[in-house]
Write a protein that binds this ligand. Structure first.
Ligand code: ADP
Ligand code: ADP
Ligand code: ZN
Length: 214
């Protein structure tokens, strides 16, 4: 299953719900890249500058990375791709690799959220350093101030690229490089578009309807 939508649309948040409810595995290329940056690997060094500028990382690096991850989760009931594919070349490469691996795409869900909402969501985003659970300063607070609801950790992180300036570049990259893949899935009849505005539970209900509808 693929979750598509601009930065800050709520893909990671909805992926968390899907993991909890259906036992799927979430594969986030953004998370993988941030782990590479943190580890100081060659890939991380190449990716860091591009990520900080709000630009996309080259397709070949991303495709190798995700292919390896899909192989590692062969036993999973299903996989949620969050933040991938992001270019037409990635979408084509995904089809090819799934064909080779004997796998297929059940759902492509596009979350529509206007740019003002996206900027508001990104501006207050933070996450648990230990379990990765996502939060927001005003829209999605922890139940107890400073304590993760899921794991009880008191360590949180904010992303280096979640600033007003980089967000503009990321939105531009989305409009110019990622939005063009929507017709690719639409033509095949595998695209569902949902309204990403509303509470997290409301948005999840819309996704559940699609997943449970077949
Ligand atoms: P993405 O993975 O698409 O970049 P996230 O899931 O990280 O987006 O969500 C961005 C921010 O918005 C997070 O701080 C999250 O807590 C918050 N958020 C997600 N969904 C909603 C929603 N439906 N309403 C309000 N805030 C939301
Ligand atoms: P968002 O919250 O903006 O949806 P992600 O966590 O998915 O962010 O991605 C953060 C950054 O990592 C992107 O701005 C980009 O530089 C890089 N990135 C993540 N996924 C991809 C991808 N599939 N192709 C190219 N670059 C990617
Ligand atoms: Zn946690």
């Amino acid at each position: 299953m693929i979750l598509l939508g601009p930065p800050g649309a709520g893909k990671g948040t909805q992926a968390e719900y899907l993991v909890d409810m259906y036992g799927l595995v979430q594969l986030s290329t953004g998370e993988m890249l941030r782990a590479e940056v943190k580890s100081g690997s060659e890939l991380g060094k190449k990716a860091k500058e591009l990520m900080d500028a709000g630009s996309l990382v080259p397709d070949d690096l991303i495709i190798d990375m995700i292919s390896g991850q899909i192989d590692q989760h062969k036993e999973a009931k299903g996989v949620i791709l969050d933040g991938f594919p992001r270019t037409t070349a990635q979408a084509e490469a995904l089809d090819e690799m799934l064909g080779d691996k004997g796998l297929n795409i059940d759902h492509v869900i596009q979350m529509e959220v206007d740019e003002d909402a996206v900027v508001e969501r990104i501006s207050g985003r933070f996450s648990c350093s230990d379990c990765g659970a996502g939060y927001h300063d005003s829209l999605n607070k922890t139940e107890i101030d400073g304590v993760c609801d899921k794991c009880g950790s008191t360590e949180f992180t904010r992303r280096a690229d979640d600033n007003a300036e980089t967000v503009r570049s990321r939105l531009k990259a989305y409009r110019e490089q990622t939005a063009p893949i929507l017709p690719y899935y639409e033509k095949r009849g595998s695209l569902d578009t949902i309204n990403g505005i509303g509470s997290m539970e409301e948005v999840f209900d819309r996704i559940k309807e699609i997943v449970e509808g077949g």
